[in-house]
Design a protein around this ligand. Structure first.
Ligand code: AMP
Ligand code: ZN
Ligand code: FE
Ligand code: FE
Length: 285
């Protein structure tokens, strides 16, 4: 395969990104991205629209998703790639995720109300079928004038452990990894630094997750320094896992993150990604 410009981690308005799937793909095309995956949080709702646009533009497209799993400290996000989005067990789990997310947003709105920041879920203007998340809430808090910026909404109220935070996770990492694998896909640990593990326990965790069926590690991510990317590539090799990468583009919700790029505008190149991952995906899309 000729070297190309890739992005295997992007969000659309099907979750908390700011561009609808079609516009997201068009934007990726304008940036020169050749191969992308749409990885919305706990939903596959945007995949058909994104794939149709990618095909029309002659880009390669891979089905993706970013599933949240239970985790004590920090966050555990597992990316899924190349799965069958019609798989019944996956569809059922996604339906459960959506119920959990909606219920959780209501609880967070109630908590904010108790603190004197009174809103209704309708104020969040979340279109039906969207995977509702904290950025929707943060945006509404800014619009209501409760906080000057989304960042301050997160820092003051919405980060894990803050006054209005409520958990949404319903499956363990093992369950999430197995869900992706049994739907014919490959599970990849997203932005591993969010697990907040020290070096030794991180390696142990990779080995444990590999035992559950984990295939790769998101070594390249816009939140990682060049040094962190290199270290994660080494660690993924040590654990016998593929190295994968994406920007985690969200559009206006995280304006400092650019499509197809890492910190300091570095382009994500296919040559950095484990060839086995690209080969396996080639057979699926
Ligand atoms: P949730 O899925 O509801 O738990 O929300 C998590 C999402 O919030 C992540 O995917 C991030 O993209 C987003 N997020 C976290 N911190 C911030 C922030 N300070 N500003 C904007 N978005 C954020
Ligand atoms: Zn997000
Ligand atoms: Fe994530
Ligand atoms: Fe993400």
């Amino acid at each position: 395969m000729l070297p190309c410009f890739v992005d295997f981690h992007c969000h659309s308005t099907s979750s908390d990104g700011s561009l609808p799937p079609r516009e997201l793909v068009q934007s990726a095309h304008r940036q020169g991205v050749h191969w992308m995956a749409l990885t919305d949080h706990d939903t596959t709702a945007g995949l058909s629209e994104a794939r149709a646009e990618a095909e029309a533009l002659g880009m390669r497209f891979t089905n993706g998703i970013e599933l949240s799993a239970t985790w004590e400290n920090g966050h555990c996000h597992i990316l899924g790639y190349g799965f069958d989005k019609e798989n019944p067990a996956l569809k059922e789990a996604i339906a459960c995720f959506q119920v959990a997310r909606s219920g959780r947003i209501q609880k967070m709105v109630d908590k904010l109300g108790e603190l004197g920041l009174s809103m209704s879920v309708e104020d969040l203007k979340i279109p039906p079928g969207t995977s509702a998340g904290r950025p929707h809430l943060a945006k509404a808090m800014v619009e209501k004038g409760f906080v000057p910026t989304m960042d301050e909404a997160f820092e003051g109220y919405l980060v894990k452990g803050a006054v209005a935070y409520v958990d949404k996770e319903i499956y363990t990492p093992q369950e999430v990894i197995q869900l992706i694998a049994q739907a014919g896909g490959f599970a990849v640990l997203a932005h591993p630094t969010s697990l907040r593990l020290k070096r030794e326990s991180f390696l142990e965790c990779l080995i444990e997750f590999k035992g559950f069926g984990l295939a790769g590690v998101e070594a390249y991510h816009s939140s990682h320094s060049r040094h962190q990317c290199n270290r994660l590539v080494r660690q993924s090799r040590e654990a016998g896992l593929w190295a994968v990468g994406g920007s985690d583009y969200h559009g206006d919700a995280k304006p400092w993150v650019k499509m197809g790029r890492l910190k300091k505008g570095r382009k994500i190149l296919s040559a950095w990604i484990s060839p086995e991952f690209l080969e396996q995906l080639s057979t699926k899309s």
